[in-house]
Design a protein around this ligand. Structure first.
Ligand SMILES: C[S@@+](CC[C@H](N)C(=O)[O-])C[C@H]1O[C@@H](n2cnc3c(N)ncnc32)[C@H](O)[C@@H]1O
Length: 291
């Protein structure tokens, strides 16, 4: 079973919630949901993004969030209760590698979505195959995930590259892939999907911006949760870790932080169909134009 490095400690849940506040708007723009869509969101965490999608698909749509950790589901249920419009949303305990959907739910969703989950799986293909089974013929899958090699701080604080390398190696130690972002298109292709598109969501900020501290907090938060793995596998010394985190806390020493969430969306085809759009046409349901 894949191990999730960040866990669900209240401090970590605070970080994840903050991350949602920072990027949900940009991610929603990309997904381009339609009123009435049925959406399945795997590894749904605290459910904030699932609920944001529910808001977009409206009362005639439906969002199903699947999450393995009961602590995350508890918070998702609380978040759901705050949603006064009582939009059709369900959170369900489950493992993304075997969604265990009811028969009538198979091939019933217009959109399958996975954000920041494939990077935490030792076999992401299993999860993707489950999503393929869930969506209707002609439905879409949207994957959003990190490629940690693309992370940049400028000017880089002393010791940061050692710390960041140790963080990335901690994924390897669990059998997970810190560079999953670059594989999303290949994964979709291998799962038999076509009309695949690739995009990048800007995830960054600079000193002076009101949200810069939040981005720095998120960065420190993700690295902190990997500390036990880093130490257990001798990826960094406790002293070097403490020193580099101290440098990060003084975020104003670096002026710019930049990342990108790789995103690949596609429209599913039956194997004998050829719906590839011609150049210049937009893909139905996808915002991105093919040029
Ligand atoms: C980084 S969080 C992302 C949550 C949400 N997708 C978001 O973008 O806010 C990853 C979530 O996946 C959950 N998770 C990890 N492995 C899982 C698995 N095998 N099955 C279901 N959920 C899993 C974790 O508990 C965590 O809540």
């Amino acid at each position: 079973m894949s191990e999730y490095i960040h866990g669900s400690h209240p401090e970590e849940q605070k970080r994840l919630s903050l991350l949602n506040e920072l990027i949900n708007g940009r991610c929603l723009e990309l997904i381009n949901l339609t009123k009435g869509d049925r959406v399945i969101d795997i590894g749904s965490g605290l459910g904030q993004f699932t609920l944001a999608m529910a808001d977009r698909v409206g009362e005639d749509g439906f969002c199903l969030g699947i999450e393995r950790d009961p602590e995350q589901i508890k918070v998702a249920e609380v978040n759901k209760m705050k949603n006064t419009e009582r939009l059709p949303v369900e959170f369900r305990i489950g493992d993304v590698s075997d969604l265990n959907l009811k028969n009538e739910e198979l091939e019933s969703f217009e959109v399958g979505h996975a954000r920041f989950i494939l990077e935490h799986l030792s076999n992401p293909k299993l999860a993707l195959n489950e999503l393929v089974k869930a969506i209707k013929p002609g439905g879409r899958i949207v994957l959003e995930d990190d490629d940690h090699a693309g992370f940049i701080l400028f000017p880089e604080p002393p010791g940061f590259s050692i710390l960041w390398n140790a963080y990335m190696r901690s994924y390897d130690c669990l059998g997970n892939d810190p560079f999953i972002g670059r594989r999303l298109v290949a994964l979709l292709h291998e799962a038999g999907l076509r009309s695949i598109r690739n995009d990048l969501i800007f995830f960054g900020d600079c000193a002076g911006s009101p949200t810069f501290t939040s981005y720095v907090e998120n960065l420190i938060g993700v690295i902190r949760t990997a500390y036990p793995t880093m130490i257990e596998h001798n990826l960094i010394t406790a002293e070097a870790f403490k020193e580099s985190i101290g440098q990060l806390k003084n975020g104003l020493r670096f002026r710019m932080l930049r990342y990108g969430i790789k995103s690949a969306g596609q429209k599913e085809l039956k194997s004998n169909q050829n719906l590839s759009p011609t150049r210049g046409q937009s893909v139905p349901g996808l915002k991105i134009n093919i040029t």
